[in-house]
Design a protein around this ligand. Structure first.
Ligand code: FE
Ligand code: FE
Ligand code: ZN
Length: 277
């Protein structure tokens, strides 16, 4: 059974987002854990939380995914940037866990000149503070395209991060199809090889969620430009191959394509039809 959803706005509240997800015939959703370009968040009222839990149960929504804001850079050597990132990952991991969200994903960060190793050290220290508190939520490292000084475009870098934290059992991986393609993992012609490499370096059980995006830019361009499924350089057949792959097909898939809710609903419909035919 395919579990697919899209990135949803929670401007109207979490409960409304869950209802919209069900109305779109989606089975799960991703949403920002706080304002993606700022730092603010609204604490939902107890009534709102209850309505959200009821909606998610009633519609049988699959594992839910919170996405940390883009403004957060846990690799940064700048003290203010770094301490903000540490606060965000610690607070949002706890807040999302309290809501019963299964996963929170974040972009490992950009080292902005201090080097991959020093950046990874910062990420590890920050993650350790977020993992001091007990909880059920898993923190997922997103596979990145490698633009600029971005960390996480090689599976080995994600392994170094996970391997360095005190509680690696609380850390998994979210594979973004646009990003890995852009980073030079050929999921179009060699999906089996890419997954074998993932398994060898990280272990496939660590892979928990997939961001299903096509790519506006060519293979190994190290850019991060999402295209609608089937309208980019990865193409529909390759993305259907990802959805069908036995190592992936039971995972939750999340669209981050440039559409609003009705566009995502149509995209999900198209994917279901193509998978069935
Ligand atoms: Fe992301
Ligand atoms: Fe993504
Ligand atoms: Zn992206």
């Amino acid at each position: 059974m395919l579990t697919i959803g899209s990135h949803m706005s929670i401007a109207g509240g979490l409960a409304a987002a869950a209802e919209n997800t069900a109305a779109m015939q989606a089975g799960t959703m991703q949403f920002f854990s706080r304002n993606p370009r700022g730092s603010s968040f609204k604490t939902p009222s107890p009534e709102e939380v209850l309505a959200f839990q009821r909606a998610r149960q009633e519609h049988g929504l699959g594992p839910l995914l919170a996405h940390a804001p883009y403004t957060m850079n846990l690799a940064s050597a700048r003290e203010d940037v770094y301490s903000f990132a540490c606060d965000v990952i610690r607070e949002d991991t706890a807040r999302m866990d309290a809501l019963g969200i299964e996963y929170i994903v974040f972009h490992p960060g950009s080292h902005t000149g201090i080097g991959v190793e020093a950046g990874i050290e910062n990420i590890i220290r920050g993650l350790d503070t977020a993992l001091e508190a007990d909880g059920n939520i898993l923190i997922l490292l997103e596979t990145m395209s490698g633009k600029g000084t971005e960390i996480g475009s090689r599976f080995e870098e994600l392994r170094a991060i996970r391997g360095g934290v005190r509680r690696p059992e609380r850390v998994g991986v979210c594979l973004d199809t646009c990003h890995v393609f852009s980073a030079g993992y050929d999921i179009v012609h060699r999906l089996d090889d890419v997954l074998e490499e993932f398994d060898r370096v990280l272990g496939l059980p660590l892979l928990r969620t997939v961001h299903l995006n096509d790519s506006m830019t060519p293979f190994a361009a190290r850019k991060d430009r999402h295209a609608p499924v089937g309208q980019g350089e990865i193409g529909l057949d390759a993305l259907l191959g990802v959805l069908r792959h036995p190592a992936l097909s039971s995972l939750p898939f999340f669209l981050e394509t440039p559409f609003d809710d009705s566009g995502h609903a149509a995209e999900i419909r198209m994917i279901r039809e193509r998978l069935a035919s």
